[in-house]
Design a protein around this ligand. Sequence first.
Ligand code: XUL
Ligand code: CO
Length: 438
Amino acid sequence: MKEIFGVKRVEYEGAAGKNPFAFKFYDADRMIMGKPMKEHLPFAMAWWHGLCAEGVDMFGAGTADKSFGAQKGTMAHAKAKADAGFMCMQRLGIGYFCFHDADLAAEAADIKETNRRLDEITDYILVKMRETGIKCLWGTANMFSHPRYCNGAGSSNSADVFAFAAAQVKKALDLTVKLGGKGYVFWGGREGYETLLNTDVRFEQENIASLMRMAVDYGRKIGFTGDFYIEPKPKEPMKHQYDFDAATAIGFLRQYGLDKDFKLNIEANHATLAGHTFEHDLRISAVNGMLGSIDANQGDPLLGWDTDEFPFDVYSATMCMYEVLRAGGLTGGFNFDSKTRRPSYTYEDMLAGFILGMDTFALGLIHAARLIEDGRLDGFLNERYASFNSGIGRKIREGKTDLSELAQYAERLGAPEMPGSGKQERLQSIVNQILFGK
Ligand code: XUL
Ligand code: CO
């Protein structure tokens, strides 16, 4: 394939550089807290947004040409996309990719032919993986675009649709194992409902869990040793989605005994749609031992939908990396489930989007490490809960007291003093100092 990006390799040129096709902050080998940046930040390209998304929106056709010189829907096109994808990842030094089955090759009229196409394209991709050393972060099945999934996949009212979804999951797992993927994702795009008037919620949730259980059983049988992930999202396309946020997904996984095999894939824009910050959902996942992987994008606070922008919010990236570092890193990676804006339709724009996102996360990592090394935030946290280190506080923590003893203690006390200022403004000022001080 001929060069489409017009640059051989995007290199690190430093913060003062003016070259638009150079990293300003992502310096792959720079050591941060004892590890090179590239190990802290295993970046992945999302096949769908990178190679398939043409900028279509509710009001207009695509603006970007993702034919890559081939006729769309053909196997030649599937291969041209793979060529372009590997070229893009190589230019940027991105080590992983993520895919839906439907991203790799066009769906055929029957599943046998679809699967044959998927076998052919993954053979092709495997060769490119061996040539380049690029790996697969995770795979998944698209069980939300086709009209058959209008009522969901695992949550469909139709047993035949459920069976078809199961067949897709089985194949997507085969492909994930074939490509050596580290994870397998369930994003329940249409696993939810529009109105309770036509919905049996318990029935649907049981069926989703049983599809996931079957996926675990099959995956383990064929040698998949990685993590399964739920990617929570509260709404869009459905009005109510069952995997609302991290806490809801964790409750679901525990209820159905899936928590040993599953972790979470947290997407920034999904967390904000749920009314949380990105870092909230990361923290909830981490404290429950379920922080697996990240879909790195950002939303727009002025818009109420999933805009999937390349991340440029350094403050949010810092808070994200603060959570990731404190959690000891990810077992997965940072998948750019991000796309360029509709008016940014050139291949150069595509490269620029990744450069922006990678630089943003590099800055986040640098700042988060400084926040940890600075120690003032942690110091404050230790101090804040210090009343639990001894005396009655310690007894509470160790479960060695009860309501009667605590009531006697309270009577002796008369009234507790104020609990101590939260000092939020001082802490926020520390963050700004770390971000912008020299
Ligand atoms: C949709 C979304 C998906 C998942 C994979 O909002 O994020 O692309 O990441 O199915
Ligand atoms: Co996503």
